[in-house]
Design a protein around this ligand. Structure first.
Ligand code: C2E
Ligand code: CA
Ligand code: CA
Length: 400
């Protein structure tokens, strides 16, 4: 999503501060801005609008309807993507209201202690632009209770879907990424954003990893037996890599599946600065030694630094879709994608671009000599059976 496509509603009773906020947003390139002096007025505007608002920036303490009550109504209406809270009061209050907001199913981008500045507001808007792509407005399943997630795990309701990866130069399908889906008896297909954060928080993400890896290994073998020379990629939470013993366990899973680890690529995202660097490095080195491919996922989203790259024996670099999606329209992003690809080449890493959504994205990446493309332009994630039908029927864009 581009910053000029983002719609923002500013709810603030102080006219001066409201104007300041609007000006800051204008400076960042936000074009669609609504304003309201308190919660009820904000709700009235939301009711009249046809399109939902992406971000509501709300003060907490306001006359008539305050920020807390507004959040409750927003949670009930489900017409808003994300919320940013501002307050002259201290951070602990903002935090506790933040917890409340999540309980109402509101996606809280963050809280800002006033004064709001270009940098603290810009950081949260940027977070929205990076995450917003897979957070859907009007999502019908706001917050799934943890007990329900557990029940689903015990009932084997989590399965990998697969999104193909295509080599740009040859047009060949060279792999697929396993993306977990919860096939829920009532809610249907539930996306990972709904349960992975909770599993990570509860320290249960490893159980999911084992499920997905075992499924992916079995499916990869089936693909290879059908004559498709493909690797399968599995996402690995950084948190899992702080447990020693993970490499042995993963090798064991592949042994059971009768698959050589070299056919599996582990995609690792640096979501937070690594806390336990030693153990993470030990695990990654061991996994590489056992033959797994190692991919640095979401490259460009902030934490992945040159330093990390040089310390870990990665085999692949995956450029985040936030960069790829708009590279054809924004010169700045195109330059960054080009530079990342150059660096991958010099480090001897295979380059993969995710979020390839159009023919022009594909052509740009081809001109920049990117190795592999993945995205809706090629195919959306699909169940394994679909993938088996899809692969032999795939026609590369250059032959269409
Ligand atoms: P990711 O690793 O960055 O995966 C790519 C996400 O982008 C997927 O979302 C995919 O459906 C979506 N995507 C693919 N092509 C396009 C495109 O052209 N345009 C757009 N807008 N989006 C595209 P999904 O499946 O919802 O997964 C979200 C995240 O959840 C993944 O991000 C990954 O970090 C995590 N995840 C998924 N499966 C697992 C898993 O088994 N274990 C762990 N630890 N994390 C997982
Ligand atoms: Ca990934
Ligand atoms: Ca990504």
């Amino acid at each position: 999503m581009l910053v000029e496509d983002v719609s923002v509603m500013v709810v603030e009773d102080d006219a001066f501060q409201r104007r300041m906020l609007v000006r800051l947003l204008n400076d960042m390139g936000v074009k669609k801005i609504d304003q309201a002096p308190e919660g009820q007025a904000a709700l009235n505007i939301l009711l009249e609008r046809i399109e939902p608002v992406d971000i509501v920036i709300s003060d907490l303490d306001m006359p008539n309807m305050d920020g807390m009550e507004l959040i409750r109504h927003l949670g009930e209406q489900q017409s808003v993507g994300s919320v940013i809270l501002t307050s002259g009061l201290d951070g602990t209050l903002i935090n506790s209201v933040g917890t409340m907001a999540r309980a109402y199913g509101i996606d809280l981008l963050g809280g800002i202690e006033k004064p709001v500045t270009q940098s603290n507001l810009g950081r949260l808007i940027k977070r929205f632009l990076l995450d917003g792509a897979y957070k859907q407005v009007n999502d019908p399943t706001p917050l799934i209770p943890f007990a329900e997630i557990r029940r689903g795990m015990l009932a084997y309701e989590f399965h990998p879907y697969y999104q193909p990866k295509v080599e740009i130069a040859s047009g060949k399908v060279v792999g697929a990424e396993a993306l977990v889906r919860w096939l829920h008896p009532q809610h249907g297909v539930v996306a990972p954003a709904k349960f992975i954060p909770q599993l990570e928080e509860a320290g249960l993400i490893d159980d999911l990893t084992w499920t997905v890896l075992a499924g992916a290994a079995g499916h990869c073998l089936k693909l290879r037996e059908r004559g498709f020379d493909m690797t399968v990629a599995v996402n690995l939470s950084l948190r899992s890599l702080t447990n020693t013993g993970i490499a042995e366990r993963m090798v064991g899973i592949l042994r059971n599946a009768n698959l050589d680890p070299s056919h599996i690529v582990l995609e690792v995202t640096e979501t937070t600065a690594i806390s336990n660097v030693g153990k993470v490095l030990e695990n990654l080195a061991r996994l590489r030694m056992k033959g797994f491919g190692l991919s640095i996922d979401d490259y460009g989203t902030g934490y992945s630094s040159m330093q990390q790259l040089s310390r870990i024996p990665f085999t692949e670099l995956k450029i985040d879709r936030a960069f790829v999606a708009d590279a054809t329209r924004q010169e700045r992003l195109k330059v960054m994608v080009g530079a990342s690809l150059d660096m991958a080449r010099e480090l001897g890493l295979k380059s993969v671009a995710e979020g390839v959504e159009s023919r022009s994205d594909w052509e740009l990446l081809a001109s920049l000599n990117c190795d592999v493309a993945q995205g809706y332009f090629i195919a959306k994630p699909m169940p394994f059976e679909k993938l088996c039908e899809w692969v032999p029927n795939w026609v590369p864009p250059d032959l269409r």
